[in-house]
Write a protein of this length. Structure first.
Length: 142
């Protein structure tokens, strides 16, 4: 809603670099550019509180994005889904569609959260299964 032409140009540049890293499947660069993309969005919002908060948490945000993407990208389809979500967010901002941007950001966050929860649940199921197998092996040895 508040983004200027200069903000949109910077966002376009950031998004194009992110798309290129995604297409090249350069994970390290993609994670770095993903964090930068979100920072550029915060800058374009001209929301001083949001910007200061994200800048102070940038290192944490970048590490979190890297870890989350590593987990998400274990399933190949998610790489394209995440990029599609970034595209939707980018397009809404470029179009000056504040509600569309809000909705795209929300959908992106829900997607990431839901998928990370599923990954965590799967890891828990595997750990329980391994413990049961270990217990059976100990019982059989006794």
């Amino acid at each position: 809603m508040r983004s200027t032409d200069a903000d949109k140009a910077k966002l376009t540049h950031s998004f194009k670099k992110l798309v290129e890293a995604n297409q090249n499947q350069d994970f390290t660069l993609e994670a770095k550019l993903d964090a930068e993309f979100h920072m550029v969005i915060a800058e374009a919002s001209h929301n001083v509180v949001l910007l200061h908060t994200l800048r102070s948490l940038h290192a944490v945000l970048a590490k979190s994005i890297s870890i989350n993407l590593k987990n998400l990208f274990e399933k190949k389809a998610t790489r394209n889904l995440v990029m599609e979500q970034h595209h939707n967010l980018y397009q809404a901002i470029i179009n000056g569609d504040a509600e569309g941007a809000r909705s795209a950001a929300h959908s992106h966050l829900v997607f990431v959260e839901d998928n990370l929860l599923r990954i965590c649940q799967e890891e828990t199921r595997i750990e329980r299964s391994l413990r049961r197998a270990e217990n059976r092996n100990r019982d059989n040895e006794s």
